[in-house]
Ligand binder design. Structure first.
Ligand SMILES: NC(=O)c1ccc[n+]([C@@H]2O[C@H](COP(=O)([O-])OP(=O)(O)OC[C@H]3O[C@@H](n4cnc5c(N)ncnc54)[C@H](O)[C@@H]3O)[C@@H](O)[C@H]2O)c1
Length: 343
């Protein structure tokens, strides 16, 4: 029971993999309002570890059995993307609320079909946490204050050496997230979807003008290089988004480097530093690890806040479809052939 007399929401996790290492601390912070009741994952070792570390009383090998066995108010879907749509439908059939990790479905058409269906009493939020990072919230406030003025052009780079094999023959990006190996759509659908969503959050709606995708190595089946040009609808300014996981001289774990050049000032994000020059001189340094976990904390707290207040989710499925449309346009324009390796 909460201090205000309301019942704590009973939540079940679907999936117990890598990303739940960030979801679970976020849920734990909300323990005055939320009770973690159950977790389901076909990997018995993954569920056992998470259940033990976070004192989750009920474990299951699959979501259906979990939903049949325990009473829940909400589920947090952290399974791989190919299961998202089916799991959303499973939870909707019970009328319970749903937080679903990005991407909402495997492609735009599958996500659009899901959004078009009747949801009944069940509310759905897409877990799109990148835009909840503290430096992006601050950057948005600076933009709203007019520190950039009229935006002239924008560059966002997400560069790492994670796909370059080390002396041990291992590629750090694949050690960190082994499921990258088998993804049929990798860099844009899995990673740059975050930057695209964040650019929309900061600058407004845009269209994709051109895109080129490539693959740096044979251990993966999809793209790990992307050069994308977008155009802001409101004034035609160009936005260049470059993602590349095989860049010599870059660290294995990438950080966003963003430059917004405007009529009144330049706003820059350089790793964990935010800088403004021009109309106002500002500099702010963030703790990178705290900002990373903080984006999960903020997204999950937003879900619970909106369930309690009835307010709209910032990352509602309808909004997320706009980001997924950009992703789809990029794959279409790039006409990337995964069979073709470009070194
Ligand atoms: N927001 C972010 O920054 C971020 C970061 C990483 C991953 N993700 C997303 O989180 C999701 C999971 O990624 P991950 O890195 O944890 O992957 P992972 O491979 O580490 O874990 C996935 C887990 O899901 C389990 N699983 C498979 N099918 C299942 C099913 N039908 N029901 C329940 N569990 C099932 C697997 O056994 C595995 O334990 C993906 O959608 C990914 O895009 C988001």
């Amino acid at each position: 029971m909460q201090a205000n007399g309301q019942k704590r929401r009973r939540v079940g996790l679907i999936g117990a993999g890598w990303v739940t290492g960030y979801h679970l601390p976020a849920w734990r912070q909300l323990s005055d309002r939320v009770e973690l009741v159950a977790i389901a994952d076909p990997s018995s070792s993954a569920v056992a570890t998470r259940a033990q570390d976070y004192a989750i009383p009920h474990t299951f090998a699959d979501a259906q059995t979990m939903l049949d066995s325990v009473e829940l108010d909400a589920v947090d879907i952290c399974a791989p993307r190919e299961h998202h749509a089916a799991l959303v439908r499973l939870a909707r059939a019970r009328g319970i609320d749903i937080l679903c990790q990005k991407p909402l479905a495997e492609d735009f058409a599958a996500a659009a079909a899901l959004v078009a269906e009747r949801a009944g009493p069940s509310r759905l939020m897409v877990h799109e946490n990148w835009r909840f990072r503290a430096w992006y919230r601050q950057l948005r406030r600076w933009l709203d204050e007019g520190l950039a003025g009229e935006v002239a052009h924008v560059q966002l780079d997400f560069l790492s050496s994670g796909m370059i094999a080390g002396a041990d023959g291992l590629r750090p990006a694949l050690v960190r997230q082994p499921f990258f190996v088998r993804q049929p759509r990798l860099l844009v659908m899995e990673v740059l979807i975050h930057q695209l969503d964040t650019l929309r959050f900061l600058l407004g709606e845009m269209d994709v003008l051109a895109a080129r995708l490539a693959r740096s190595n044979d251990d993966i089946i999809a793209e790990d290089r992307a050069a994308i040009t977008l155009r802001l609808r409101r004034n035609g300014a160009l936005v260049q988004l470059t993602g590349d996981l095989a860049v010599h001289g870059m660290p294995p774990a990438p950080r966003d480097q963003l430059r917004i050049i405007g009529s009144a000032g330049t706003l820059r994000l350089e790793g964990n530093q935010l800088l403004a020059t021009g109309r106002a001189e500002r500099a702010e340094v963030f703790d990178a690890d705290r900002t990373y976990q903080g984006s999960y904390d903020a997204a999950i707290a937003h879900f619970v806040d909106c369930l309690q207040s009835g307010a709209d989710f910032e990352t509602a499925p309808e909004d997320n479809l706009v980001t997924l449309r950009l992703v789809e346009d990029i794959y279409r324009l790039a006409a990337f052939d995964p069979a073709q390796k470009t070194g």
